[in-house]
Design a protein around this ligand. Structure first.
Ligand code: SF4
Length: 499
């Protein structure tokens, strides 16, 4: 019979990002990202300082173009003058020239294999012959090698950041928008890194669907192990949204992997003030390190036979359910099981939210549990039930509410994300089962809202585009008309119900 076991953190090479080392035996690093314009030096310096103060080990800023990459140099210089040594990361999409410029100004550059050397997505199905495909991968190699050489000469680390929904047409043509496609997108770049002896690489593979994110990271670890690669991993759930749902999705996705010993640095993305991300990330890191320190019982996956779990206090739990307390100390009982998570009164509501999401979420993702119960005096019964439903929604085991796929915002954001998200939620929160994307920019928004049914996307200053699935239905409409027209679009497609 299986026994409880102590899980070790996956060994990796160490990557130096300025004074901060990631991977190997170094502590889990916490990251966040600014949402100021990178060209606004004062505001960006102030926000970097606030993030460092809140506990960020590393701060990322967007760099749309070469001028933004140069502005990063100024921000970097100002922070060092003021005694803040937090390393900075440039976030690059679709602009290799900006990546080259940023490699000279900051400690790390994030590039997206979906758009570093491949052109922008057309969202059309393209066919590549084997010869065309090979020519394209050669072209990527030729674009990447000089960048790696520059990074090597400057001591700059890189992050290969793959996102669900921003794979290139070329990868899509062979693999579709699948975990295998995301993994191959990263592996192509990693093979070039290895060929050139460049090992200062951290990898992230993110998705807004928690199941897709955790499956893909685990697949990537297998693919790297098979090719004897041991690069550190940055974990995150993209477009997690705000409030309880945002915290729950991040904690389930990131926490499930950390409790398997996978992950060296994390970001909890929230559509809120970026400083709100750090306390949640700290709680998550601390909870998972406590789980990792104790022997754990990991039952075999039951994904092929999942149920739609009941929630104690919302549903009547029939006779005959066995209770299993989480984290599990031993095997799950036979027959229907109620997973029960209990927390002491001195844990805050946010700590309970994070801990329960990890403790229940990792089992629910694997198909375990036929009912759940959370007991936590700091939350009270009603919020415990709401949290249980949020965890079931995040693991897609039971859909009971509208799902919002909302980006955290960054220097590219074209509208007030937090206010707009609140307004969209207010108007559509009763549409159980619909997935609605609220994305700050047209550059990454349409791809990264992934499987949303409807999308509200910043198109230009003061203008919004509305999507039905992947299709843009209304382009560049004035922002003050966008919400009523989103509602009209949902009605026109028969998905509206009166509140
Ligand atoms: S989708 Fe949001 S977070 Fe992503 S690049 Fe656009 S504005 Fe920034």
């Amino acid at each position: 019979m299986k026994q409880p076991q102590t899980i070790q953190r996956r060994p990796t090479v160490s990557v130096c990002v300025g004074q901060v080392e990631i991977g190997s035996r170094h502590p889990l690093r916490l990251q966040s990202m600014t949402n100021t314009s990178t060209l606004d030096i004062e505001a960006s310096v102030a926000q970097c300082k606030a993030l460092a103060q809140a506990g960020a080990d590393i701060v990322r800023l967007t760099a749309q173009g070469v001028s933004h990459a140069k502005a990063l140099g100024e921000i970097h210089g100002r922070l060092r003058q003021e005694g803040v040594d937090t390393p900075l990361v440039a976030d690059i999409h679709f602009n290799p020239a900006a990546a080259f410029a940023a490699a000279e100004t900051v400690e790390k550059v994030r590039i997206n294999p979906g758009n570093f050397a491949d052109p922008g997505r057309t969202f059309k199905k393209l066919e590549y012959t084997d010869a065309e495909y090979a020519a394209e991968t050669d072209r990527i190699r030729n674009a990447l090698i000089p960048f790696l050489e520059l990074c090597r000469s400057r001591g700059t680390a890189i992050r290969l950041g793959v996102n669900h929904g921003s794979l290139s047409d070329r990868i899509m043509s062979r693999y579709g928008d699948t975990p295998a496609g995301m993994v191959e997108s990263a592996m192509e770049y990693l093979r070039v890194c290895r060929e050139t002896g460049f090992d200062q690489v951290v990898i992230s593979i993110k998705a807004s669907n928690v199941q897709v994110m955790t499956d893909t990271v685990r697949l990537l670890v297998k693919a790297m192990d098979a090719e004897d690669m041991h690069f550190p991993l940055h974990l995150g759930v993209t477009e997690a949204g705000d409030g309880e749902d945002g915290r729950v999705k991040s904690a389930v996705g990131i926490g499930s992997l950390l409790c398997l010993g996978i992950g060296d640095t994390i970001r909890v993305s929230l559509s809120e003030d970026p400083t709100a991300e750090l306390p949640v990330a700290r709680m998550l890191a601390d909870h998972c390190s406590r789980v990792l320190a104790a022997p754990q019982f990991l039952p075999d996956s039951r994904r092929d036979n999942p149920s739609q779990p009941l929630v104690a206090g919302v549903d009547d739990i029939p006779q005959g359910y066995s209770v299993a307390d989480v984290p599990l100390a031993g095997p799950l009982p036979q027959g229907p099981v109620l997973l029960r998570a209990s927390y002491p009164a001195d844990m805050s509501a946010e700590e309970v939210t994070v801990a329960a999401s990890v403790d229940l979420g990792r089992l629910l993702l694997e198909g375990h549990g036929d009912a759940v119960e959370i007991i936590a005096p700091s939350l009270g019964d009603e919020r415990c039930r709401s949290l249980a439903l949020a965890i079931l929604q995040a693991t897609r085991r039971r859909i009971s509410r509208t799902e919002y796929i909302a980006c955290p915002g960054c220097g590219r954001t074209l509208f007030d994300l937090q206010t707009t998200l609140a307004q969209v939620k207010e108007a559509t929160g009763h549409l159980k089962g619909l997935k609605i994307g609220v994305m700050g920019c047209i550059v990454n928004g349409p791809g990264e809202m992934a499987d949303a049914d409807y999308g509200y996307v910043g198109a230009a200053a003061g203008c919004i585009s509305l999507y039905k699935g992947r299709e843009c239905i209304e382009r560049n409409i004035p922002a003050d008309e966008a919400l009523p027209r989103l509602i009209a679009l949902i009605k026109a497609n028969g998905d509206w119900i009166e509140p």
